[in-house]
Design a protein around this ligand. Structure first.
Ligand SMILES: Cc1ncc(COP(=O)(O)O)c(C=O)c1O
Length: 405
């Protein structure tokens, strides 16, 4: 009964499948025996969902009508202002800005792909990437192409990035590029300042050749990547860009506020042209009306309250830093043990996940089930969730992966 373009679509979710297998093992062996390295949320050392007390306190003190009322389609104006300030911290580039509230970071990515890539055109991202980019491309009539994120020495592959951008620009008048940094899912990689310069030089060259270039920076995990201003320093590089090089940043409350299911985020536009920003706000509002109308008012109001409260903000930031440090400690164990046993790991710099390149990730993950370890098999390797694996259970995982391989 579906329309022809929707026929046969079925979400293949490797993460869900791995998590289901893990839950079955938990039923048989008990949670304390099983290592669940599949989940993309922070679990505490007891395996429970980690939340931020200050966020919970503000949310539960809010007026019921504030939680359930409609919000403006583009978002509460104070929310959009707060989102822009929080996104850049002290690293605001010289540019015009605009923002539209979205249903999580996913909604922001949806709007960028829906409005800044032509139907039938390719959108470019890295080969190690979050699978949802492809789902959104297919849903909106675009296709996803990839460049190799790493060269043979596991350094950022500037060369392949440039080759792919140039090849696509031979056949397209415009190009949308998606880069997920810092704390990339699934590798934990972050572009260095030097790598950013090279990426921007490639895109500027295409812009000066007359192509319309859009860059979406997915920062979903930025608050799990390190110190606030050093992780955002690259944003200064978006100053005074050519008018036909448009930068968007997808902001999400899911990880930074442990607000995963409250579905609140924003797409931010950065341009040297006020007209480009006006157009961005108009098309974003239009897409929101079509996709979900308006976004969770309570979550937006919470962020406004928290951002405006000079006493609560440092407390919230300290709670969030504690979660970041907990995840980092677990990842550090994995990376150190991988190093000492000789397991090759993609360079991890921060974030929820670590990636192990493998020839047959599904077979390795199946073999790991014998050890009651559950990780996610991706196309290029295995994703190990440091966010959900306790410090204690992380010990020995690297060596067991090596043995399974
Ligand atoms: C790479 C990446 N980008 C964006 C998101 C957006 O998440 P949400 O829609 O919950 O904000 C996620 C969530 O898993 C992600 O992994």
């Amino acid at each position: 009964m579906t329309a022809t373009h929707a026929a046969g679509r079925k979400l293949k979710d490797a993460i869900f499948d791995a998590n289901q297998a893990c839950n079955e093992a938990i039923k048989i062996h008990g949670a304390d025996k099983v290592t669940n390295a599949t989940i993309g949320v922070v679990l505490d050392e007891e395996g429970k969902l980690a939340t931020l007390p200050t966020v919970e306190k503000i949310f539960s003190s809010m007026d019921f009508s504030e939680l359930v009322a409609y919000a403006p389609i583009s978002g509460l104006p104070a929310y959009l202002d707060a989102v822009i300030d929080l996104t850049f911290a002290d690293n605001k580039p010289t540019a015009h800005f605009g923002a539209v509230a979205t249903a999580g970071g996913t909604g922001a990515i949806h709007h960028a792909i829906a409005n800044y890539a032509e139907r039938g055109d390719a959108v470019l991202t890295s080969d190690w990437c979050w699978g949802t980019y492809n789902v959104i491309c297919v849903e909106t009539g675009k296709r996803l192409e990839t460049f190799k994120l790493f060269d043979d020495a596991l350094n950022f592959n500037t060369n392949d990035f440039a080759v792919k951008v140039d090849a696509l620009c031979k056949n397209q008048n415009s190009l949308l590029v998606i880069i997920n940094t810092p704390a990339h899912n699934p590798t934990g990689y972050a572009l260095s300042s030097d790598e950013w310069d090279k990426v921007l030089a490639v895109l500027k060259a295409q812009a000066s050749a007359g192509k319309n270039i859009s860059l979406l920076v997915d920062i979903a995990y930025i608050d799990f990547a390190g110190e606030k201003n050093s992780t955002r320093a690259f944003m200064k590089k978006f100053s005074d860009l050519p008018e036909n090089l448009f930068v968007m940043i997808s902001f999400s409350m899911s990880k930074s506020y442990t607000f995963y299911g409250q579905r609140t985020g924003a797409l931010i536009g950065v341009s040297s042209s006020a007209d480009v920003i006006d157009e961005f706000k108009n098309v974003g509002k239009y897409s929101s009306r079509a996709a979900w109308s308006n976004v969770n008012r309570g979550a937006q109001a919470l962020l406004v309250k928290l951002a405006a409260d000079k006493n609560l903000t440092p407390i919230y930031e300290a709670e969030r830093t504690k979660l970041y440090e907990m995840v980092k400690r677990r990842a550090d164990v994995f990376v150190a043990e991988a190093d000492s046993c000789g397991l090759r790991v993609v360079p991890y710099k921060g974030g929820f996940f670590i990636a192990v390149p493998a020839d047959n990730p599904a077979a390795v993950c199946r073999k790991l089930h014998d050890e009651l370890i559950f990780a996610v098999p991706l196309k290029l390797g295995i994703r190990v969730a440091a966010c959900s694996t306790s410090f204690e259970k992380m010990h020995g995982v690297a060596e067991k992966i090596l043995r399974a391989m």
